[in-house]
Design a protein around this ligand. Structure first.
Ligand SMILES: Cc1cc2nc3c(=O)[nH]c(=O)nc-3n(C[C@H](O)[C@H](O)[C@H](O)COP(=O)(O)O)c2cc1C
Length: 330
């Protein structure tokens, strides 16, 4: 059975198909949309730097957990065991069920401070950070990794072994190096080799775009589960669809274009509800672009939407556009 409950230390989640955290994408509104099709799956907050978390008077929006969110992991990044431990201490009070450590982020800014994937260049530092976090929280601690810095510095298996010894409960491995950023193809052979080298569950990430992709990776490798990232943009139903496919062998059909535009409008409304019109409408544009991608004449509606500052105007533009997809008999 490829669809399995996901066991992380003493916690069990219904399925081994997870939403990847994506800063600037998988915010409160997005997670709420995803929950409609997969209500009880584990999700994760967007990455926050531990030092900022500890010093900020108010918890940054990136890390806030809302009533609709649990079960959710809180993701923190950093190279300093002190701040990482302090940030981990905070997670339980904020409603997280897991602390997830990010040693995978490839961004220049984060790595310039010695955080993200660059922590993995120094195994002894990995060891110190992980032990500090595991010791600071009663929650299970999980770790997100990349393959390594570049093709000549592949460190994921060694880091995963250290993590297991430090008491980490699960690894998530994105099958690319830092040098690759998000380009090229994820290397699932290396994901598989790392999964086989450790005794804790490993979740594989990279290029899963369909129920068939997920099924193939689960069938061909030793991963305990899969995580879906960019393919979720404009398709918040995808994880639910994958789960159903794994359960029954039949994927529920994609929503029609008419339905997709309705979902887009609901998502837009949630973003504005949570972030206000001034921040929310511009932020929602990328989501609207993903929802409308591939629809006939959608470039025109995107062009219009990208210039509109108000929620009602954008809804009106999308509603007008949606009329094109109304069945003739309706
Ligand atoms: C815009 C964007 C933001 C991301 N932010 C995070 C993050 O905050 N934390 C994290 O662990 N990974 C982050 N990731 C990486 C994804 O979780 C995932 O590992 C990566 O996109 C590979 O999966 P995919 O090929 O399915 O997209 C981000 C990726 C993207 C594209």
């Amino acid at each position: 059975m490829l669809l399995r409950p996901l066991k992380i230390r003493d916690l069990t989640f219904p399925a081994n198909v997870l939403l990847a955290p994506m800063a600037g994408v998988t915010d409160r509104a997005f997670r709420e949309m995803v929950r409609r099709w997969s209500p009880d799956e584990l999700t994760c907050t967007e990455m926050a730097v531990a030092q900022h978390l500890v010093h900020s008077r108010e918890l940054p929006e990136l890390s806030k957990i809302y009533p609709a969110d649990p079960p959710i992991a809180m993701q923190i990044a950093g190279h300093d065991p002190y701040y990482m431990a302090k940030a981990a201490e905070m997670a339980v009070d904020f409603g997280a069920v897991i602390v997830d450590i990010n040693m995978a982020c490839p961004s220049k800014k984060i790595n310039g401070n010695g955080d993200g994937v660059s922590v993995t260049c120094v195994p002894s530092q990995v060891d110190r950070v992980l032990k500090a976090v595991v010791g600071a929280t009663p929650l299970p601690v999980t770790l997100k990794l990349r393959l390594g810095m570049d093709d000549l510095r592949i460190t994921c298996t060694e880091t995963a072994r250290i993590a297991e010894q430090c008491g980490i409960s699960m690894i998530t491995l994105h099958g690319r190096t830092k040098a690759q950023m998000y380009s090229g193809l994820a290397n699932w052979d290396m994901i598989d080799a790392t999964a086989k080298a450790i005794g804790i569950p490993l979740i594989g990430v990279g290029d899963i775009r369909s129920p068939e992709d997920a099924e193939r990776r689960l069938r061909e490798t030793s991963v305990a589960g899969v995580m879906v990232g960019r393919a979720m943009g404009g398709t918040p139903w995808l994880i639910g669809q994958i789960t159903e496919y794994l359960r029954t062998g039949v994927a529920p059909p994609d929503p029609t274009e008419y339905e997709r535009l309705g979902i887009a409008m609901e998502h837009l409304t949630l973003i504005v509800q949570y972030k206000g019109e001034k921040v929310g409408v511009p932020e929602a544009r990328k989501h609207m672009a993903w929802y409308t991608k591939g629809m006939v004449n959608s470039a025109e509606v995107r062009d219009i939407i990208n210039r509109l500052p108000n929620l009602n105007e954008v809804i009106e533009a999308l509603s007008d556009f949606r009329e094109n997809f109304r069945p003739v008999a309706a």
